[in-house]
Design a protein around this ligand. Structure first.
Ligand SMILES: Cc1cc2nc3c(=O)[nH]c(=O)nc-3n(C[C@H](O)[C@H](O)[C@H](O)COP(=O)(O)OP(=O)(O)OC[C@H]3O[C@@H](n4cnc5c(N)ncnc54)[C@H](O)[C@@H]3O)c2cc1C
Length: 497
């Protein structure tokens, strides 16, 4: 989204204003794994990757030399070793200093937003740039003898001739699936969750807005918590094999207590999987009409964006060259399998023993051949992009982070460990420790940043502790807060996604 807005030449501040948007610097996972006393483990999935050390992966050093790798909070310790994100999350800070330019930040970020408002905003931008927008219902799809869509039967406008149809009809899949009969390939053997109970609730304290999506493990699924400026979007993604709709709604509401008083969750059935081919003849399915993988890593809009870019790349002539559709469909299949495997890894590596759901998610689901093979390889070496079939969204550093956070390397020694230098790692850690106060300097509370549209409010202070373990590096460190706009700074780290 950051790249898209930037490429479209839009103002990020205006985007925030029009869509109730907030920053997201990490997905904050809680209670997907537990320590030996059953206490929930937390970790952060962030958008930056560490740089290499002497041409070797940073993770190799962490796993070999850092005693924190065996601790329950190894995931947080790992992130803290190369990035200030954990401190930014702990302090509920914005990733950018007041006065710094749009699309810049101390760390990589993306957004939370009101999707309905974003749709209206982008529609207005598109129509102002010459796109003709017709709002109508598609009641019929007319197809010629070759199976090409020739026209759509619109409820208000009547028959409407088309060259290329982009099917964006959501889970209904009105054109590609219903009219053209393209089959759907479900992912039910990989992923258990098939329903969502969703609700919007007020902020507990509007003065504290987390810069994260919180993903908390529940009894038969997980809860998402997405703070906007005006409200919190939350929901329970669960499996109907283990929980009824009523039980899911009760568990969700009781988790939020008074904050959700009087709120009634809406149930959304979710069909996980994808259409066999997203592009057939002159019809291309984008978004939910082409497929869906549960929202754990918030990948759907990114995948739609990718689909649009690929379609622009392979845009056919009126001959609809079949090679272009074949290439497009290959990419779509790859990206779906990539996201499916990464999402499934979160479940496969859980260690919860408290409910049958978590046991089934770990033991009873089918893993792709590639993921099975990689898990065997990664016992000996940390993940490399080389191991992965596609890295459109998730490249090797994020796999490494997940494995470390879930204790995969707790008792393992990498095969190349003996060739690493402890001093190199120590030097890198010392340098990072020294740099940390400067990285955090001038960052203000996320809520204050959003309230002032990124202008420095007088006397702004860091928001209180967000509930994570205190950062040892910061103990006793005074963080200087600037009240004047700071000089523009770009993220120092390589963006991972
Ligand atoms: C619980 C949940 C959480 C999610 N969280 C995230 C997230 O964090 N990040 C993310 O990227 N994605 C998320 N998604 C996915 C997100 O919903 C989609 O990315 C986005 O809404 C897809 O938009 P869409 O246009 O494909 O489908 P939709 O939003 O469903 O829109 C389809 C539209 O087509 C209309 N329509 C259908 N048939 C016809 C017809 N015949 N004629 C005219 N109109 C028709 C429908 O009325 C609807 O308005 C989540 C999904 C769920 C279920």
């Amino acid at each position: 989204m950051v790249m898209l807005l930037n490429q479209l030449g839009l103002s990020e501040s205006e985007f925030f204003e029009k869509t109730d948007a907030t920053f997201k610097v990490a997905a904050h996972f809680i209670n997907w794994n537990q320590d030996e006393n059953g206490k929930p483990i937390e970790f952060l999935n962030i958008l930056n990757a560490p740089g290499a050390l002497d041409g070797r992966q940073f993770a190799d050093y962490f796993v070999t030399f850092d005693p924190a790798r065996t601790a329950p909070d190894a995931g947080i310790a790992y992130v803290r070793a190369f990035s200030p994100v954990a401190e930014i999350v702990r302090g509920n800070l914005a990733p950018r200093r007041p006065g710094e330019p749009d699309f810049s930040g101390e760390v990589g970020y993306t957004y939370h937003f009101d999707a309905t408002k974003v749709a209206a905003y982008l529609r207005d931008i598109a129509t102002s740039r010459g796109v003709k927008h017709i709002l109508d219902d598609v009641d019929a799809v007319n197809v010629d003898e070759r199976g090409f869509v020739t026209s759509l039967g619109l409820r208000e406008r009547g028959e409407f001739g088309v060259d290329l149809v982009i099917d964006c009809t959501g889970f209904r899949g009105s054109i590609l699936q219903q009219a053209l009969g393209e089959p759907f390939e479900p992912y039910g053997e990989h992923l258990l969750n098939d329903r969502a109970a969703v609700v919007q609730i007020p902020h507990k304290d509007p003065g504290v807005i987390a810069p994260t999506t919180r993903a908390t493990g529940f009894s038969a699924g997980w809860n998402f918590n997405i703070p906007l400026t005006t409200r919190v979007g939350t929901g329970y993604i669960f499996s109907s094999k283990f929980l009824s709709d009523e039980e899911a709604a009760d568990e969700l509401l009781s988790f939020y207590g008074d904050q959700a008083k009087g709120c009634e969750p809406r149930i959304i059935p979710m069909r996980t999987g994808r259409v066999r081919n997203a592009w057939v003849k002159n019809c291309v399915a984008l978004g939910l009409s082409g497929g869906f993988i549960e929202p754990l890593e918030a990948t759907a809009i990114f995948m739609t964006d990718l689909g649009v870019r690929w379609l622009a790349n392979y845009l056919p002539t009126q001959d609809f060259e079949p090679e272009l559709a074949t290439a497009y469909n290959r990419h779509v299949r790859q990206v779906y399998e990539e996201v499916r495997d990464f999402v499934q890894l979160h479940y496969h590596l859980n260690n919860r023993a408290d409910t049958p759901y978590w046991k089934a998610a770990r033991e009873d689901m089918t893993l792709s051949d590639r993921l099975q093979e990689n898990l065997r390889v990664w016992q000996h070496v940390a993940p490399e992009d080389l191991d992965l079939g596609s890295t459109f969204l998730f490249s090797s550093p994020v796999y490494t982070l997940l494995l470390i956070a879930k204790g995969f390397y707790k008792d393992r020694r990498l095969s190349r460990a003996s060739s690493l230098s402890r001093t190199t790692y120590q030097r890198a850690r010392d340098a990072e420790r020294k740099a940390r106060p400067g990285q955090l300097e001038g960052l203000i509370s996320h809520a204050a940043f959003l309230k002032t549209g990124g202008k420095a409010p007088a006397g702004s202070v860091m928001a209180p502790h967000a509930g994570m373990a205190p950062a040892p590096e910061l103990a006793g460190t005074k963080i200087k807060l600037k009240s004047q706009p700071a000089r523009p700074r770009q993220s120092r780290k390589k963006k991972r996604r």
